[in-house]
Design a protein around this ligand. Structure first.
Ligand SMILES: *[C@@H]1O[C@H](CO)[C@@H](O)[C@H](O)[C@H]1NC(C)=O
Ligand SMILES: *[C@@H]1O[C@H](CO)[C@@H](O)[C@H](O)[C@H]1NC(C)=O
Ligand SMILES: *[C@@H]1O[C@H](CO)[C@@H](O)[C@H](O)[C@H]1NC(C)=O
Ligand SMILES: *[C@@H]1O[C@H](CO)[C@@H](O)[C@H](O)[C@H]1NC(C)=O
Ligand SMILES: *[C@@H]1O[C@H](CO)[C@@H](O)[C@H](O)[C@H]1NC(C)=O
Ligand SMILES: *[C@@H]1O[C@H](CO)[C@@H](O)[C@H](O)[C@H]1NC(C)=O
Ligand SMILES: *[C@@H]1O[C@H](CO)[C@@H](O)[C@H](O)[C@H]1NC(C)=O
Ligand SMILES: *[C@@H]1O[C@H](CO)[C@@H](O)[C@H](O)[C@H]1NC(C)=O
Length: 545
């Protein structure tokens, strides 16, 4: 997602090129592409020269061991730290390795284990004495190329056109721009993105594989129809089940992601206010901040270029180019143009964009997340949804084939903006506890960090566990939520107590979610013609009543 209303909607490329298509040059922002395999050269599935493993036979012994269960049995939970094979760049003021530039990329950062989201004493490991019964995973796709028309390609086009017409001269740190070429595709997963989802699938099997023993049928995992979404789901499955058998081991449901089609995994397709100036408010807010945090960069870099005005939005596009080139090509020459402080500023730019467009500060956010919450409640209570007034797709959820109950493992693939919408709809208020985000400085105790919420391959896990009866709750069934390996406090949800392990009695949690479903007005928030309040003090992703 994040296509139509990215920063560079505001890049103001009012410039129209007099350059004809035949006037191409291979320098200064020129686009270069390559296609593999060569045209007409694809392998056929059944080739007598290259028989498959079944045809060859002689597989040797293939006994399986027992399932892993590290989420309960290992003394600690493994942390994701590696970004192999990406190169973590330096900054203009610090050598490479001194400062973690890669994890200032906001929604363009690779996911890693978040240290803490407010419950530092616990971990994703099942609390002592408790048993895991069921898990609900919602994950984002892996690293992708920029969405169509996003800032990096617009920047490359502008640079190329200016270089071909009025001329661009660059020196010093910007000298590389004379020969720099734009090599990025659009929309689809990068090779690194594939490994992220494969690894996520492997990790999920090692943590939760033991739950497979509860299946009497094949599981249904869901994704949407977009290329990167299907690719992500299949890489997850390949990691989880293994490449030789994954196609026989589960059912992949692919929900249509296109304008007008109901799907809780792409709800912006049926929500008008997710596709207009209301949705674009985050860009407005982010650009206010860009003028602040990039002022020094503008002064510093301008002496090294003539013919290309280094406006804040151009500089943002250059920072974004660093992020995209890094996750696609492995490294980028744009990264160390900026200082550590400017990278922290860029991280906050993403927080602003998300908060006001897809997070607690946007009035159409909870409406977009609530469809998944309805499906979650349906699964937890094993009760079919009967009222259809959100993004839920009646055809899908009414069938026990496409939407089965009682699965020990649920896996749904979605987008950054929807993970952000789901955590808002679920009232995970610890993320929004410090209120609306200012556009002129980074606040102290800043708690809404997109790098932690919606990075590439971001994963939100609901653990349904049974624990010994506690006197306070007379309950043995609990649920808790883990965002990128950090346990979330559920303090914002009515009926959920303060608990050091983030546990909430299952029935209280379900009542809280049912109340949220009542609180969120999909029809109004998605379709009414309103303007965002000024100032925008919304913190629950809903238009104020
Ligand atoms: C519901 O989903 C199915 C499968 O993706 C699709 O064929 C159908 O058109 C969807 N219905 C609506 C109303 O979007
Ligand atoms: C969003 O708006 C554009 C232009 O107004 C339109 O072409 C597109 O179909 C809309 N998408 C959705 C999901 O409504
Ligand atoms: C670039 O440098 C050349 C040579 O010094 C000069 O003639 C030209 O005017 C410069 N162009 C721009 C856009 O500054
Ligand atoms: C799709 O969503 C709309 C709006 O919430 C609802 O009226 C309609 O019944 C849904 N259709 C299906 C097939 O899910
Ligand atoms: C699924 O639904 C069909 C038709 O409604 C019903 O006959 C069947 O028993 C259901 N299967 C399960 C496993 O619930
Ligand atoms: C930030 O948090 C610390 C510790 O929780 C607290 O003492 C301090 O007052 C907070 N500062 C602001 C500006 O909220
Ligand atoms: C959600 O959070 C808001 C504000 O923190 C609170 O007023 C509301 O009661 C909460 N809703 C539920 C169902 O917990
Ligand atoms: C929304 O309301 C404004 C002000 O009343 C009006 O100018 C505008 O045309 C309306 N937009 C739509 C899409 O109805």
């Amino acid at each position: 997602m994040w296509a139509a209303y990215s920063i560079i909607a505001a890049l103001a490329l009012a410039y129209t090129s007099p350059v004809g298509a035949d006037d191409v040059s291979s320098f200064a922002g020129a686009t270069s592409t390559f296609l593999f395999p060569p045209i007409g050269e694809t392998a056929t599935a059944s080739d007598p020269f290259f028989p498959n493993a079944n045809q060859v036979g002689f597989a040797g012994p293939t006994p399986t061991g027992d399932e892993a269960d590290t989420i309960a049995t290992a003394p600690s939970v493994a942390k994701v730290k590696s970004v192999f094979p990406l190169i973590n760049p330096g900054t203009s003021d610090r050598p490479a390795g001194d400062f973690d530039v890669l994890h200032q990329f906001g929604n363009l950062a690779p996911w890693r284990s978040v240290k803490s989201l407010g419950l530092p004493e616990t971990s994703a490991r099942i609390p002592g004495g408790c048993t895991v019964e069921q898990v609900h995973l919602v994950h984002r796709h892996g690293a992708r190329y920029p969405t169509t028309g996003a800032p990096p390609s617009a920047f490359a086009t502008l640079l190329h056109e200016l270089a071909q017409t009025t001329g661009v001269n660059v020196t010093g740190p910007l000298a590389f721009l004379t020969t720099w070429q734009y090599k990025l595709g659009a929309e689809i997963l990068t090779p690194f993105g594939r490994s992220q989802l494969f690894d996520l699938g492997v990790g999920f099997r090692v943590k939760y594989g033991d739950l497979l023993k509860g299946f009497t049928d094949l599981p249904v995992f869901r994704t949407t129809s977009q290329g990167r979404m299907v690719d992500s789901a299949l890489h997850f499955a390949a990691g989880f089940f293994g490449v030789q058998t994954y196609q026989q081991d589960y059912h992949q449901l692919i929900e249509i992601e296109a304008a007008g089609f109901n799907s809780t995994l792409s709800p912006y397709e049926t929500c008008t206010n997710a596709n207009n100036s209301i949705a674009a408010f985050g860009t407005t807010q982010a650009l206010r901040w860009a003028a602040v945090y990039l002022a020094a960069a503008q002064t510093r870099l301008t002496p090294f270029v003539t013919g290309l005005p280094l406006s804040p939005s151009i500089l943002v596009a250059m920072q974004q180019t660093c992020a995209y080139e890094t996750v696609a090509l492995g490294y980028s020459l744009f990264c160390d143009l900026f200082t550590e402080e400017e990278w922290i500023g860029y991280s906050y730019l993403n927080d602003l964009e998300f908060w006001y467009s897809f997070g607690p500060g946007n009035p159409a956010t909870s409406a977009q997340g609530i469809g998944y919450v309805q499906e979650l409640v349906s699964r937890l209570t094993e009760t079919r949804i009967t009222k259809f007034d959100t993004s839920v797709n009646k055809t899908i959820v009414s069938s026990n084939v496409t939407f089965p109950f009682g699965q020990p493992i649920y896996v749904d693939a979605t987008h950054d903006t929807i993970i952000s919408a789901i955590v808002t709809a679920m009232n995970f208020t610890s993320l929004s506890a410090n209120g609306p985000l200012p556009t002129d400085h980074i606040p102290a105790n800043h708690s809404y960090i997109v790098n932690d919420i919606a990075p590439f391959a971001s994963n939100l896990v609901g653990q349904v566990v049974s624990c010994p009866v506690s006197p306070a709750f007379k309950s043995t069934g609990y649920i808790r939520w883990i965002l990128n390996d950090a346990v979330l406090p559920l303090i914002g949800i009515k009926g959920c107590p303060t608990d050091p392990n983030g546990l909430c009695p299952l029935s209280n949690f379900i009542s809280g979610m049912q109340q949220r479903i009542e609180e969120v007005d999909f029809a109004f928030d998605c379709f009414a013609n309103y303007t965002i309040p000024n100032p925008d003090n919304i913190v629950n992703g809903q238009f104020p009543q």
